[in-house]
Design a protein around this ligand. Structure first.
Ligand SMILES: [Zn+2]
Length: 474
């Protein structure tokens, strides 16, 4: 009987069967429970300013309690944001039998969402709506997908009698989309609660599907660049525009910007980017594919890095980049400008400090009259080493459920909670267990959606990953 239902479950997951799938095909108890958690939490408007993050944290805490997790191992940790709003984190420890002698694994995701204006959406963003093989709603992907799948998987596996051979810890943050302070709070004040050998972050990575829903590759995020903004400021006494002078705030700023445009930061690499280019070169054709292959073999090859530098999607993986993104100057059409400012947005390669980049910009500009102000600076984080156990577990799960495809470690140019964990010394790997087509990616935007098949597939994916990393040896 058990065997039969197990087979049925497997048969109902040809995950990438396209959009024509429906929740009616997934009626196991754990699947219905996952859907209920997804629906209930998407209805909570956990965007900044709506005060719903603590509500969601307590709701999930109750699900864990109902699932038999010990009250002493469930922690809703309140946190006050700089704007005075109360948010929260949720930490849940699933105690293992310690038979592996290994330190815990952390499972991260975030409860908050980017806000969505109901008037702008075709469907209510805070109602989970299933339509034509998709789940629509704010957070269906980012990141109530992660919080739901992890919660449901812990509860399901505990109900099935699984006993981990090491502790497993859930850590859900409450302001990832804005200040990223709750994850910092977890990594510092509550370090003892979340300390782990490594973390899996269900808010990054995942599978890419082609337009016809065929799998292309599965990506695991193992590093992040540091996001930094600098403001360049030029001040000038100004004057009447009928009496122009050699010193002019706009010209000085323009000269500085031209120099930044013409400067390229030195080529950099790490284990993650070399593995990324080696894997990508197998599916990328032409000059770009050849450059990826050469770079993976020898990152010192100047021809290869020059080709990669011409590709907007690859240049950032080979070096620090800084680019002008905003400009403001002058106060009247007939006056010499008294102020000129520009924003320079930098994505700094792991291992390079913000101070180093600031000093380089100063040197490149070569004009002491131009002030450089750091307007946004998070902590930088090292790349995480490519752990064989993590890559193996993810690879096995992906291939068992979805067939053969390249598993590609990568460095992202944006920012997730993984940065704070890595900078706190916890190697972190972004893997959602979800699959999506490029044309279905609406995270942060309108009509965010996720494939129904991907939601139920991720439930199986995470179970396999946990069995592999924390299961009893046979
Ligand atoms: Zn996210």
């Amino acid at each position: 009987m058990f065997r039969l239902s197990f087979l049925l479950v497997l048969l109902s997951i040809p995950i990438l069967s396209g959009a024509a799938d429906s929740s009616t095909n997934y009626q196991e108890e754990y699947q219905r429970q996952a859907l209920a958690i997804y629906r209930d939490t998407i209805a909570m408007r956990t965007a900044l300013g709506h005060g719903q993050v603590p509500v969601m944290a307590h709701y999930l805490a109750d699900r864990f309690r109902d699932g038999g997790f010990d009250d002493d191992d469930i922690h809703v940790l309140p946190y006050e944001l700089p704007n005075g709003e109360d948010v929260a984190s949720l930490v849940v420890r699933w105690r293992g039998d310690a038979s592996s002698g290994k330190r815990p694994i952390l499972f991260a995701a975030h409860m908050d969402v980017v806000d969505a204006l109901p008037t702008d959406w075709a469907r209510d963003p805070f109602t989970l709506i299933e339509e034509d093989g998709y789940f629509f709603g704010r957070g269906t992907g980012d990141d109530k997908f992660g919080t739901t799948i992890l919660t449901a998987t812990f509860i399901r596996m505990k109900a099935e009698g699984f006993v981990p051979n090491r502790d497993l810890i859930i850590a859900f943050s409450g302001d990832e989309e804005t200040d990223m302070l709750t994850i910092e709070d977890l990594a510092s004040t509550h370090r003892a609660l979340i300390d782990a050998e490594f973390a899996l972050n269900a808010d990054a990575g995942g599978g890419a599907l082609g337009t016809d829903f065929s799998p292309i590759a599965y990506q695991v995020q193992a590093a992040e660049k540091t996001y930094v903004d600098f403001e360049l400021v030029v001040k000038n006494p100004g004057g009447h525009s009928s009496r122009p002078r050699a010193d002019n705030a706009i010209y000085e700023l323009a000269d500085a910007l031209t120099k930044i445009r013409d400067y390229q930061f030195p080529v950099r690499h790490n284990d993650i980017t070399l593995a990324y280019f080696a894997q990508r070169s197998m599916t990328e054709e032409g000059e770009l594919g050849a450059a990826m292959r050469s770079f993976a073999e020898d990152p010192g090859n100047p021809k290869a890095s020059a080709v990669l530098a011409r590709s907007p999607s690859q240049v950032g993986i080979t070096r620090t980049t800084c680019v002008a993104t905003m400009l403001a100057a002058g106060h009247a059409i007939n006056a010499l400008p008294q102020t000129a400012t520009a924003n320079i947005n930098c994505r700094i390669f792991p291992g390079i400090s913000v101070t180093e980049v600031e000093a380089k910009l100063k040197e490149v500009i070569g004009n002491n009259e131009i002030e450089i102000r750091l307007t946004y600076k998070p902590k930088s984080a090292p790349a995480s080493p490519l752990r064989e156990d993590v890559i193996d577990a993810v690879t096995k799960a992906v291939k068992k459920l979805n067939g053969d495809m390249p598993i590609i470690p990568y460095m992202s140019t944006g920012a997730t909670d993984g940065r704070a964990l890595r900078s706190a010394g916890i190697p972190t790997y972004g893997t959602t267990g979800s699959f999506s087509r490029a044309e279905d990616s609406f995270a942060h935007g309108l009509n965010e959606r996720v494939l129904v098949s991907s939601f139920y597939g991720a439930l199986e994916h995470w179970k396999l990953v946990i069995q592999e990393l924390a299961g009893q040896s046979p």
